[in-house]
Write a protein that binds this ligand. Structure first.
Ligand code: IMP
Ligand code: MG
Length: 187
């Protein structure tokens, strides 16, 4: 384990198990619908990959895959509350009349997803739901609830399974808390 890691919160096996359960709920809720799964880059890439393969295994292999970018964090680990949305080259009408499932790594202040959901709704989506791998409920600055959540977690700085600290540790195959001294204790 890297020296900056304080503890593993969820192992690879625990994540796989939880992701399979999320996939089952999603497949049940969206039965017979035309779904486009939209991952929020970069952080959602591992969760998105595991979740969409689980969704296919659970009987819904027809889902389509898109990505968006929402940059709210710079090199420092603070949210500016000023989120920019980028459709990654998809044409504006892409999600009109479709059921969009946004996939995010973690919800912190809630600013990113609140803004993204608004942007996708403005594209004329038939419905917009959110699945988040992790939720730091205690840090919300705006009123926002995801439709599906992997795990609720306390206020710690998390890395692994797509989540980074200054672009490192994204590919750790588990969810871990960073030592406060590694990020200066403020985030
Ligand atoms: P929000 O807009 O404050 O909800 O921030 C959400 C975004 O902040 C996530 O998509 C992550 O990219 C980033 N973020 C929030 N908490 C953490 C963390 O503990 N580790 C790594 N990135 C985080
Ligand atoms: Mg993110």
């Amino acid at each position: 384990m890297p020296a900056d890691i304080q503890e593993v919160l969820f192992t690879q096996e625990e994540m796989a198990h939880r992701i399979m359960a999320l996939a089952r709920s999603i497949v049940r809720d969206y039965a017979g619908k035309d779904v486009v799964v939209v991952g929020v880059l970069k952080g959602a890439f591992i969760f998105m990959s595991d979740l969409t393969r689980a969704i296919a295994e659970e009987g819904m292999p027809s889902v389509q895959i898109d990505f968006v970018r929402a940059a709210s964090y710079g090199a420092a680990s603070v949210s500016s509350g000023n989120v920019s949305v980028d459709m990654c080259g998809e044409p504006e009408g892409r999600w009109a009349g479709r059921h969009v499932l946004l996939v995010e790594d973690i919800i912190d202040s809630g600013n990113t997803l609140k803004r993204l959901v608004g942007a996708v709704e403005a594209c004329g989506a038939e419905s917009v739901r959110v699945v988040a791998m992790l939720d730091k409920k205690g840090r919300r600055q705006v009123n926002f609830e995801a439709d599906y959540v992997g795990f609720e977690i306390p206020d710690q700085f998390i890395v692994g399974m797509g989540l980074d600290f200054n672009e490192t540790y994204r590919c750790l195959p588990y969810v871990a808390a960073l030592k406060p001294e590694a990020y200066g204790g403020k985030h």
